[in-house]
Design a protein around this ligand. Structure first.
Ligand code: 6PG
Length: 244
């Protein structure tokens, strides 16, 4: 039975990021104790920077980083050194600041000219890492997500084909309004996770957060993230929660 969203509201962005870092590390310690590793899918955009900074500073000694494995829930169709790259942002703000073995980092090969090929290769990487049987889905221990101003999450944008994908783990999704491909996890992967955390900050998101959490008829991409057997967390600061 999909879990109901667990909403946590914090007084400021700093308190939000500290609480998210604490939850990340608690989930990591439990996963490592339970099955020897912590598999994580990071999010893009700008909000995660605050969480990354907390993890890389106040929480840097709270996890056995050599047992943490990093993936991305989505990526722009750009090279890893592009200023638009989600991998580059995570590398600069988190991965380069902690003792994480390079072999524990699985970035999307988004430099490939063909976005579909990049998605297919990333899907194979995940299938190999999780030793998946055909037609099965990985269970990530922790998936971090943001929410865009249009209610998108990962690169699951309103009105795009990826919203309908039920079989693939990763797809190249054409986003007309960006005039670009994005590479993104699909809902089956997101909804197989043990824990999904939406991390949302700022009063500019308040109305969309209200619709996402209070208006089932809003039909927003982020509303379709409902882990079948896992935690669904919405971590908000006071600004983002203003309309709740
Ligand atoms: C991306 C993200 C995207 C992001 C939202 C929120 O690649 O941009 O995966 O889904 O999480 O757009 O972005 P902000 O945190 O910058 O508001």
């Amino acid at each position: 039975m999909p879990s109901e969203p667990q909403v946590e509201i914090f007084g400021s962005p700093q308190e939000l990021f500290a609480a998210a870092a604490k939850k990340f590390c608690n989930a990591g310690s439990s996963a490592i104790q339970d099955h020897g590793r912590f598999t994580v899918a990071l999010s893009g955009g700008s909000t995660p920077r605050g969480l990354h900074q907390e993890l890389a500073t106040h929480f840097s000694s709270q996890l056995q980083w050599d047992k943490v494995f990093f993936f991305w829930g989505d990526e722009r169709h750009v090279p890893p050194d592009s200023s638009d790259s989600n991998y580059r942002m995570a590398k600069e703000t988190l991965l380069s600041k902690l003792p994480i073995p390079p072999d524990n980092i699985f970035r999307v090969p988004a430099e490939l000219p063909d976005a579909r090929q990049a998605a297919a290769k990333y899907e194979q990487t995940i299938q190999k890492f999780f030793r998946l049987e055909p037609d099965s889905f990985p269970r990530f221990d922790f998936i971090l997500l943001g929410m865009g101003p249009d209610g998108h999450t990962a690169s699951l944008f309103p009105g795009t084909a990826a919203l309908q994908e039920k079989d693939h783990l990763v797809v190249a999704n054409w986003v007309e309004k960006l005039n670009a491909f994005r590479i993104t996890f699909t809902y089956p992967v997101l909804n197989h996770a043990a824990c999904v955390m939406f991390l949302v900050s700022g009063d500019e998101k308040a109305e969309m957060v209200r619709r996402a959490l209070k208006d089932p008829a809003a039909n927003l991409p982020c509303q379709k993230v409902r882990p079948v057997d896992g935690e669904l967390l919405w971590y908000l600061d006071k600004g983002a929660a203003l309309r709740l």
